[in-house]
Ligand binder design. Structure first.
Ligand code: GDP
Ligand code: ZN
Length: 341
C-alpha cells in the first residue's frame, strides 16, 4: 500500500532532481510523477511546496503535486525561442547584487525589470565595498543606483572586510520569508550568504554556470536558513536574463519614463519619431539620460519580440489542433454498410 503523502519544500535542484525538505528537517531527493510531467508539463522549482509519496523500497520520493505558487521568477528559456523558464517560486524578496566598484547600470536595469516583474520586494546590495577606489566614488555610485532603483528600493553596501555591514541586509530578511539572490557569477553572492549565516555554508568562487546553450548541468545552491532571520537562496542559472512577461517590470523599473510618457501627444506613442513626444523632449533637454532612454527602448523591444513569438507559437498550436481535427474528419472511413448478398 502506498504511504500517505508528505508535504515539503524544494530547497535545491540536485542535477535535475528536486531535493525536498520536510518540516522535520529530513531531506529527500525526489523525481516527478509521470502524470505531472507528461500530463500537465509541470516541474517543481526551488521554493515550490510539493506533495511527495515515498514508495517502499525506493531510494527517491515521488512528487505527486505542486501547490499553486504565490510568486515566480521567470526568464525566457535561453535555449528556446518562446518558452518561459521558472527559476524560483514562493519568495517575498529579490536581492539584486553587483560589486560597487564595477556596477553595470544597463545590466542593473534588466535585473530590476525581472525583479519588479515578480511583484516581490526588491533590494539592491552593492558588494565588495572594501575594493572601491574612494569614498567619493562609492557615494556617486550609490547615488546613481538609487536613482535607477527608485525610492521604494533599499540600496545597501556590504563588504567582506566588515562583517557588520550585512546587518542591514539581515534586518530585511523577515523570519518565515524567503529571499532570492540574483547577480552575475563572481559578484559575491555566496560570500554575502556566508556572512549572513556566519559560517561557510557555500563554497565561495565555486559555482560556475553553463553558457545557457548546451546541456550544461547547472550547479545549484540550496535555500539556507539565516539565523534569527528568513531564508535566502543564491539563484542558479541567471547568466542569460532574457525577458519574458515584462510589461509590469518595465513600468516599475522605468517609472520616470512612464510618467513622462503620460504627457506624450499620442497615447500609444513609441517615443521614436512621433510629434509631441515628451520622452524624447526630456532626452533633448538632458533631463533624461540618453543611455537610460536607449536601454528602455531596447528592453521594450526585447519584451515585444518575445510577446510576438509567443503569440505566433500559440497561433501555430491552434492551427495545428484545427488541422488535426479537420484531417480526422476528412480521413475518417466512410460509414460501413452491410453488404447485401
Ligand atoms: P558569487 O559567484 O556571486 O557567489 O561570488 P563569490 O561569493 O563566490 O565571490 C567571488 C569572489 O569575490 C571571491 O573570490 C570572493 O572572495 C570575492 N569577494 C566577495 N565579496 C567580497 C568583498 O566584500 N570584498 C572583497 N575584497 N572580495 C570579495
Ligand atoms: Zn512619446
Amino acid at each position: 500500500m502506498a504511504d500517505a503523502l508528505r508535504t515539503g519544500e524544494v530547497v535545491k535542484l540536485d542535477r535535475g532532481y528536486p531535493l525536498v525538505r520536510f518540516p522535520d528537517g529530513e531531506r529527500l531527493r525526489c523525481e516527478h510523477a509521470t502524470a505531472l510531467v507528461k500530463g500537465h508539463d509541470q516541474r517543481a522549482v526551488i521554493g515550490d511546496v510539493v506533495s511527495v509519496s515515498v514508495p517502499d523500497a525506493h531510494d527517491k520520493g515521488v512528487i505527486e503535486a505542486i501547490a499553486p505558487r504565490s510568486r515566480e521568477f521567470v526568464r525566457k528559456d535561453p535555449t528556446e525561442r518562446a518558452v518561459p523558464q521558472v527559476l524560483a517560486a514562493n519568495f517575498q524578496r529579490v536581492i539584486v547584487a553587483q560589486p560597487v566598484g564595477e556596477v553595470n547600470l544597463r545590466r542593473l536595469e534588466r535585473e530590476l525589470v525581472l525583479a519588479f516583474e515578480t511583484g516581490a520586494e526588491v533590494t539592491v546590495v552593492l558588494t565588495k565595498a572594501d575594493l572601491a577606489a574612494s569614498e567619493a566614488d562609492t557615494e556617486s555610485v550609490v547615488q546613481a543606483v538609487r536613482a535607477l532603483a527608485g525610492p521604494d528600493t533599499p540600496v545597501l553596501l556590504v563588504s567582506e572586510a566588515d562583517p557588520s555591514s550585512v546587518e542591514a541586509v539581515r534586518r530585511l530578511l523577515a523570519p518565515g520569508t524567503t529571499t532570492v539572490l540574483i547577480g552575475r557569477s563572481g559578484v559575491g553572492k555566496s560570500s554575502l550568504v556566508n556572512m549572513l549565516v556566519g559560517a561557510e555554508v557555500l563554497d565561495v568562487g565555486a559555482v560556475r554556470e553553463g553558457d545557457g546553450k548546451g546541456r550544461h548541468t547547472t550547479v545549484s545552491r540550496e535555500i539556507v536558513e539565516v539565523p534569527g532571520a528568513g531564508r535566502i537562496v543564491d539563484m542558479p542559472g541567471v547568466r542569460g536574463l532574457g525577458l519574458w512577461d515584462a510589461d509590469a517590470g518595465i513600468e516599475a523599473a522605468f517609472s520616470d519614463i512612464e510618467e513622462l510618457a503620460a504627457s506624450c501627444r499620442f497615447r500609444d506613442c513609441t517615443h521614436e519619431a512621433e510629434p509631441g513626444c515628451a520622452v524624447r523632449a526630456a532626452v533633448e533637454l538632458g533631463a533624461l539620460p540618453r543611455a537610460r532612454y536607449d536601454s528602455y527602448q531596447a528592453l521594450r523591444q526585447e519584451a515585444g519580440v518575445v510577446k510576438e513569438r509567443r503569440e505566433q507559437a500559440r497561433r501555430l498550436a491552434r492551427e495545428k489542433v484545427s488541422d488535426t481535427k479537420r484531417q480526422r474528419k476528412g480521413a475518417s472511413p466512410p460509414p460501413r454498410r452491410k453488404r447485401r448478398s
